[in-house]
Ligand binder design. Structure first.
Ligand SMILES: Cc1cn([C@H]2C[C@H](O)[C@@H](COP(=O)(O)OP(=O)(O)OP(=O)(O)O)O2)c(=O)[nH]c1=O
Length: 191
């Protein structure tokens, strides 16, 4: 498999993480519709990753395309990106003192083959004070992130523990991504 790889994502975190695996790839953001009635976190994350990858693959035949989507699930609820600072406070208040799941779905389209995978990581927040919640939401860091926080930034101070792959929480599970790339014969920096 020699076709160049395209990362179908506007996320700077995904670009940086994929750079840990491949020295060369292109980035083209997908405009795929992200609305869905699916409520199961893993199925939703994979469905959206598939839409992103297929949208870009359709416009770039002959290229391998990787799409990803990260979903935050607290009990039966899904927390998307907060609309504004007030909703960000609500999300962080809900996550306070609780364990939630962060699920990233992956889809790789290559040589007419569609491969999918997902990874799940459990993240536990400390019990937070109102002052802490207001302080974090005011930073604006969580506004473009699923669940309304970034574990790689200031949001690290919200977290009591993590069980699973940390890169998955940031948006691209590196182990699973390596498996998918190797599965279609793509050579990575680790091979
Ligand atoms: C929970 C969490 C999420 N995130 C990010 C990862 C994803 O970029 C984002 C979830 O939104 P996504 O819709 O998965 O991705 P995106 O809109 O940023 O980019 P694209 O759809 O173009 O690929 O939240 C963090 O960076 N840190 C975290 O701790």
């Amino acid at each position: 498999m020699t076709a160049p790889l395209i990362l179908a994502s506007a996320s700077p975190r995904r670009r940086e993480l994929l750079g840990h695996l491949l020295s060369q790839f292109e980035v083209i953001a997908s405009d795929a519709d992200e609305s869905s009635a699916e409520t199961d976190p893993a199925r939703l994350a994979v469905e959206l990753a598939r839409r992103k990858a297929l949208a870009v693959a359709g416009a770039h035949p002959g290229c391998a395309v990787l799409g990803a989507d990260t979903v935050v699930a607290l009990g039966g609820r899904l927390l998307a990106k907060p609309q504004d600072e007030a909703e960000n406070r609500t999300f962080i208040r809900q996550l306070s003192g609780q364990t939630h799941q962060v699920v990233t779905g992956l889809c790789l389209v290559a040589d007419g083959q569609v491969s999918t995978a997902h990874e799940s990581t459990a993240v536990t927040f400390r019990p937070l004070t109102d002052t802490e919640i207001v302080h974090y939401a005011a930073s604006g860091e969580g506004l473009d992130k699923a669940g309304g926080y970034g574990i790689q930034g200031l949001g690290m101070a919200l977290v009591k523990g993590i069980d699973g792959d940390c890169s998955n929480v940031v948006g691209l599970p590196l182990g699973r991504t390596l498996e998918l790339l190797r599965g279609v014969g793509l050579r990575t920096n680790w091979d």
